[in-house]
Design a protein around this ligand. Structure first.
Ligand code: E4P
Length: 217
């Protein structure tokens, strides 16, 4: 399973890249707004640090506007993927961009049938939002499971990005059902490294080792 970072915050992206756990990055208008920076410059900076797919979202309401924004963002770097909100307008933009060999990521997907429609439109990536579904009393991961089954039934090649991840259990569940990609906020990513027994084990080994050095002195 690939790990994408769900953030536009450069210090986190640099840190994850250095640790080797930034296979890609997903951003959205909310995440970008937090950075208070020029969007194209920020996208260029992310792409200079991460080789994998970097999703940048269009905000226009019409097909022409989405395609225009998509082309401009795609010209920033070869690994930019255009994030397009699901819908009748969005899927037309997806078809147009993919025809031009510009990769797209259909976002705000909340059902397996929306995912099927996005895949049929030719999307390269599809992002079901599991946390937001859990928030309203649905089982978000079921959407991922059913989406994976449907895509495999019809040999559709869109890659599923498990999105709106809230905690490590989401990551575990995604891995257990074989999701190809999970996009995680930095706060969740760093939690995956933590285990009290690992910390305690390291402290114990260190203490025993320096005890030995003392003995041999
Ligand atoms: C995915 O690409 C989105 O940026 C993200 O996962 C949304 O997550 P949220 O529900 O935490 O805003």
């Amino acid at each position: 399973m690939k790990f994408f970072l769900d953030t536009a915050h450069m210090p986190d992206i640099r840190k994850a890249a250095a640790v080797g756990v930034a296979d890609g990055v997903t951003t959205n208008p909310t995440l970008v707004a937090k950075e208070k920076r020029d969007f194209p410059t920020l996208v260029g900076e992310i792409c200079s640090v991460v080789d994998g797919p970097v999703s940048a979202e269009v905000t226009a309401d019409d097909v022409e506007g989405m395609v225009r924004e998509g082309r401009a963002l795609a010209s920033i770097a070869a690994n930019v993927v255009i994030k397009v909100p699901f819908g009748q307008v969005g899927l037309q933009a997806v078809r147009a961009l993919e025809r031009e060999k510009i990769h797209t990521n259909v976002t705000l997907v909340f059902s397996p049938l929306q995912a099927l429609l996005a895949a049929r439109a030719g999307a390269s990536y599809i992002s079901p939002f599991i946390g937001r579904l859990d928030d309203v009393g649905h089982r978000g991961m079921e959407v991922v499971e059913q989406t994976l089954e449907i895509l495999s039934n019809y040999d559709l090649h869109a890659q599923v990005i498990v999105a709106s991840v809230r905690h490590p259990l989401h990551v575990l569940e995604a891995a257990l059902i074989g999701a190809p990609i999970v996009t995680v906020p930095p706060s969740v990513l760093w939690k995956l490294f933590d285990h009290p027994l690992t910390e305690a084990g390291i402290a114990r080994f260190k203490a025993d080792w320096s005890g030995l050095q003392e003995t041999l002195r």
